[in-house]
Ligand binder design. Structure first.
Ligand SMILES: [Fe+2]
Ligand SMILES: [Fe+2]
Length: 275
């Protein structure tokens, strides 16, 4: 199975670049399944129902989120109507929406997508390790799902690496999100789980994490907020990862970064282009 994941879409420039590129990438890479992180899709903060619809129309099968999931308050309501929108699994019991779901890919196989959030330097949610573990126990590879994908939305690379090794051999892939900067540590772990600490954002990299630079710099200098954060509006780099799983085991076969457009060095899954 061929999966594409795109990291946090930041503001209009990140969102529109992804929406424009997705139909072409679906064809170019002959994708079976597409996941995007939409937590910053609405002006950098949260996601609206209209934007969710646009992402699904463009070819996203599932939209994951993170700490910004409720920044647009309407998400608390419409999330109940969309199986394809996930919020972190380890929010307290009773939180609207779901943190994981089983979805059908284009090739007919079932993909379990899990969205969880870290606790180091972030809000103190329920334990993400135990939450992910219980989903993997309930619906494991080859027993309940043909592929399992975890978007682990976390700040600390230590927590992300620990999670990767914790689920190694039990999931197809773990991708880190939230820090908005792509890391160069993509690899397939010993047990067969593809891993990267951060997929990077889809947004303007002439920025501070996708936001206009002036206000973050001023806050670091003065410690006084002088205006709101706004998304940078230059050309976006669409960042994510390409994953191919083994149809029999569900483990990763090939894994590569994707970086298209904007100012970052271009990267594509060459193994798919040469076939
Ligand atoms: Fe984000
Ligand atoms: Fe985040």
């Amino acid at each position: 199975m061929r999966l594409l994941f795109l990291g946090d879409l930041v503001g209009r420039t990140g969102r529109m670049a992804a929406i424009e590129m997705l139909p072409r990438l679906r064809e170019r890479y002959r994708l079976d399944f597409v996941i995007v992180n939409g937590e910053n899709a609405a002006g950098g903060f949260g996601i609206t129902e209209q934007i969710l619809e646009e992402l699904l129309d463009a070819g996203a099968d599932v939209v994951t989120t993170g700490n910004h999931v409720w920044d647009q308050r309407e998400a608390l309501v419409f999330i109940e109507r969309y199986d394809q929108l996930l919020r972190p699994l380890n929010f307290p019991p009773g939180t609207p929406g779901k943190g994981c779901g089983l979805f059908k890919a284009r090739n007919g196989q079932e993909v379990l997508v899990i969205n969880a959030m870290g606790r180091v330097f972030m809000n103190d949610l329920d334990c993400p390790f135990r939450a992910v573990d219980s989903e993997l126990e309930a619906c494991g590879l080859a027993r309940g799902a043909d592929a399992i994908f975890l978007d682990f939305h976390a700040e600390a690379t230590s927590e992300k690496e620990a999670m990767g090794h914790f689920i190694d051999g039990r999931a197809s892939c773990m991708v880190g999100t939230h820090t908005h900067v792509p890391t160069a540590d993509h690899q397939i772990l010993d047990g067969g789980t593809a891993y990267i600490s951060d997929a990077g954002m889809c947004g303007d990299y002439n920025s501070v994490l996708g936001m206009e630079k002036e206000e973050p710099i001023s806050r670091f200098l003065s410690r006084i907020p002088s205006s709101r954060f706004g998304p940078a509006r230059g050309e976006a780099t669409v960042c994510g990862v390409a994953l191919e799983t083994d149809d029999a085991t569900g483990l990763a076969r090939r894994f590569a970064p994707v970086r298209l457009g904007g100012r970052l060095a271009r990267a594509e899954p060459e193994f798919w282009l040469s076939e």
